[in-house]
Design a protein around this ligand. Sequence first.
Ligand code: ATP
Length: 293
Amino acid sequence: MSDNTKFDREFLRSALSLAAKSEVDHFLYICDTPIAPEDLRGKPARKKLVYAVTLEPLAQELLRKKLSALVIPAYDYSRTERVKVALVSALSQGAFKEGDLVLCMTGKVGRAPDTLMQMRIGGSLDDRLAIEGVKLGEEFNSQVVDALIQLALQIGQEGFEGHPIGTIITIGDHTSVLEKSRQLTINPFQGLSESERNVLDPKIRDAIKNFSVLDGAFVIREDGVVLSAGRYLSANDDTVKIPLGLGARHAASAGITSSTHCIALTVSQTSGAVRLFKGGNIVLELHQTARRT
Ligand SMILES: Nc1ncnc2c1ncn2[C@@H]1O[C@H](COP(=O)(O)OP(=O)(O)OP(=O)(O)O)[C@@H](O)[C@H]1O
């Protein structure tokens, strides 16, 4: 065993003993290589362990072993971004709750974890992530929101046929959003039955990805039914402030979320970053380190 591998193991063991402390509610392990069974055997931290992995079959295998696991997109984020994505996913699935202390362990994709971070749910990781703000109202279906965040990350990362694209996806309060917007192009989802245009269906998420090349926003109902694509959002609110450097697309998301009860996911064409707006403010910001071309 090289010195490095030995030290990685020591590091993991120390993290597991910290995770066992009564103050810690969950141990979030963001890595595609599960912890060796002998390192977990008899450890109190096992009960607190939640894996965040990028492979669905691996998550299924862990669940079969009675471990908790959630799936996060396989993109190349910085360590902090991976922690954010995993925390938001766990929160939206109800795995963590307000006030919980989560010990997060992560690293570069494909390498042994090298970073340990403690996160209090409801605190903030930086000024662009008040995890509390991500806690959405009861009207939102967490599976729908989670699927759309992952889709937005995918759009930001992959673009369309190698070209960067940006878009807006509004979720919820559809009556007001439709009232405060107008159709820019033909709505490609018109004519499909509700069951044929729900974002919980991977085929529909693929369709959204492709239609993101259209100008305008997608309007999605809380339960995931896509109502329209290509909407121009006309709700302007001069009182909302968006960070310098962001333009009309982000201002439109800020405006629509401040004047209705919807939330809006915005993918920046310029940077691929994904931002979640609520009440006119950015409550979550996810940056990607590299884009696929
Ligand atoms: N009110 C709106 N409703 C829907 N889409 C809009 C609206 N305003 C702008 N957009 C879309 O945003 C696109 C980019 O605008 P702009 O470059 O000003 O935005 P931005 O906030 O800087 O975002 P990006 O980082 O994606 O460039 C426009 O081409 C248009 O498709």
